[in-house]
Design a protein around this ligand. Sequence first.
Ligand SMILES: NC(=O)c1ccc[n+]([C@@H]2O[C@H](COP(=O)([O-])OP(=O)(O)OC[C@H]3O[C@@H](n4cnc5c(N)ncnc54)[C@H](OP(=O)(O)O)[C@@H]3O)[C@@H](O)[C@H]2O)c1
Length: 286
Amino acid sequence: MTAKLLFQLDTDPHPSVFDTVVGYDGGADHVIGHSGVTPESAGGLVEGAIFTRGAKEKRFTALFLGGANMAAGEALLDAVRGKFYGGFRVSVMLDSNGANTTAAAGVALLAKAAPLAGKRAIVLGGTGPVGMRVAAMLALEGAEVSITGRKLDKTQAAADSIGKRFGVQIAAIEAPDDAARARAAEGCAIIYAAGAIGHQLIAQADWQSLACVELVADVNPEPPFGIGGIAANDKARDYDGKLAFGALGIGGLKLRLHRACIGKLFEQNDLVLDAEKILAIAKEMA
Ligand SMILES: NC(=O)c1ccc[n+]([C@@H]2O[C@H](COP(=O)([O-])OP(=O)(O)OC[C@H]3O[C@@H](n4cnc5c(N)ncnc54)[C@H](OP(=O)(O)O)[C@@H]3O)[C@@H](O)[C@H]2O)c1
């Protein structure tokens, strides 16, 4: 049997332990981590992956691109793909900061609970890597999406970046506190909290009093949660007609999804798993 080798190219000073563990749990026989990888330094690593095995065995070598910074991960993915040509390629997955798998799991669960197309959605704390992927995926599902951040310039830059990468329109709203975020959520059917760990972004009374709200989701696993009044393990829990998803309720699918994506890398030698394909897999699994 040809060994399944997963090369973990991480843009951070240390390869993510989380991603290493999931690499093994996803089916790799060996996970080999490289840290501090940049578009400039990736070339030799990619050559080693694409030139070593014959056509039939190439699918047993795969690349996982990670690190805390999604922009760095996206630049690395571009550089890696730039080295591929003809049959000289291996499958590659981008999941910097777990942003693709975390966002896809949550959006897939929401899409299973209710149609998203044509609905107004707001992503609170939408300027981080997870929130930006959530906003993109909600927009790809046909929702009309806004993101909030505490400062307009950063929020607008994030919205522009999502628009450029995914060809979607995202509105940017400056909302420095819970009250401003509650005002921003008026008229929205979907509230998705993707803020930094351990910070509430909207109070319980504020979202529960909005008749328009149908779905709330939160990926912050540490109290206080991003959405006030929900529980971490909520999974389509009904709060007076509004369905809530907490970080652990989403996290179970996130982990299964991450493992399943790793497994798929070894099925062919030309798969590129980024937001769109990872969302499609999540929707099949949800
Ligand atoms: N369940 C899972 O499997 C999983 C996996 C990965 C991440 N996560 C969780 O997903 C969430 C988002 O991750 P991330 O890495 O994208 O987050 P992040 O970059 O740390 O934070 C997201 C945004 O939160 C805002 N923020 C920071 N401090 C704040 C404060 N005191 N009050 C209000 N907003 C604040 C910032 O936006 P502005 O500066 O623009 O306001 C920031 O861009 C985190 O809670 C993380 O723990 C879960």
